[in-house]
Design a protein around this ligand. Structure first.
Ligand SMILES: [Mn+2]
Length: 298
């Protein structure tokens, strides 16, 4: 039995669709055989992998038979089949590998979304692939549903699909409440957006649908930190860093900062989890580390 592990984001979904339909060893799988992971799950080795696995848009796990990726940081010398090459999306690496020339529009939209080439308007008033990408996330059954529709439907007709329409309705209903919450919980210090959610239990504010919203609210800032309790007993605190997709002037290395506290990630997106008491102690230091000169000297 072949299994596919892919990133739980739009690029991961499009990659999964392409592999499901164009990689012969995956053509028979049903959609429950598609699993979703975040890069950090792979780094923490949360998955047991064997030669039945195909990995897309994620770091390699020892034993998998095929691997497709576009993140340079993940690459290493290996003869595992598949392809690793620097590109805007994993979907475009896969399309290249199989010589797929259908879906050109979908792949160029995936390139744009995965490399964060969008405007403030795209975030505040999303439509088409951009809107669809904001609905992809922790609801894995929904992700699988989207994969199954992507091959046949064009984006405009997909938006009329019942499950997708319901998600869009949900998204639009929640948007104003989330904006209101963000306005009350964001503090701006120089170039840094601090979104401190430690007083909040609902996880809705952490949903990937809102992952760019704070950048659109403060386009003058170039980096953000979201601070929250990842578990209900509040014993731990997570610091999640990201560079703004609307302002690319931040020059620091976020993975290095996270690494000081046993965290990880990429230079432009990283995080760590720490005991809550210790989290309070290091708070000022961490924020001060994010306040730094930008490329234009501001
Ligand atoms: Mn990707």
């Amino acid at each position: 039995m072949t299994l596919l592990i892919t990133d739980a984001d739009f690029d991961g979904i499009v990659s999964a669709m392409l592999l499901r339909y164009y990689e012969s060893s995956l053509s028979e799988i049903d959609f429950t055989q598609i699993r979703f992971a975040h890069p950090t799950d792979i780094q923490k080795k949360c998955f047991q992998v064997n030669e039945a696995f195909v990995i897309a848009d994620l770091p390699y796990l020892e034993g998998a038979k095929m691997w497709f990726d576009h993140h340079k940081n993940n690459f290493f010398e290996t003869d595992v089949s598949g392809r690793r090459s620097v590109a805007d999306s994993c979907a475009s690496v896969i399309a290249d590998y199989y010589g797929i020339d259908d879906h050109a529009k979908l792949i160029s939209e995936t390139d744009r979304i995965d490399s964060g080439r969008f405007s403030r308007e795209d975030i505040l008033n999303p439509s088409g692939c951009m809107l669809l990408s904001l609905l992809i996330g922790s609801d894995h059954d929904f992700n699988r549903h989207v994969i199954s529709l992507l091959k046949e439907y064009d984006i405009d007709s997909m938006m009329k699909d019942e499950q997708i329409s319901l998600k869009i309705l949900d998204y639009k209903t929640n948007l104003s409440a989330v904006c209101d919450y963000f306005y009350r919980h964001i503090q701006v210090k120089d170039n840094v957006i601090i979104l401190d959610m430690r007083d909040t239990e609902e996880s809705i504010y952490l949903d990937s649908a809102w992952k760019f919203l704070h950048y659109a609210m403060h386009p003058e800032c170039n980096v953000s930190v979201r601070i929250y309790h990842p578990n209900l007993d509040r014993s731990k605190t997570k610091f999640q860093f990201g560079c703004s997709i609307l302002n690319s002037t931040y020059t620091g290395n976020l993975a290095e900062l996270a690494g000081k506290y046993d965290g990880g990630g990429h230079p432009r997106a990283a995080g760590f989890t720490i005991g809550s008491q210790r989290g309070c102690e290091i708070y000022d230091y961490v924020i001060a580390e994010l306040i730094r000169p930008t490329t234009d000297g501001v």
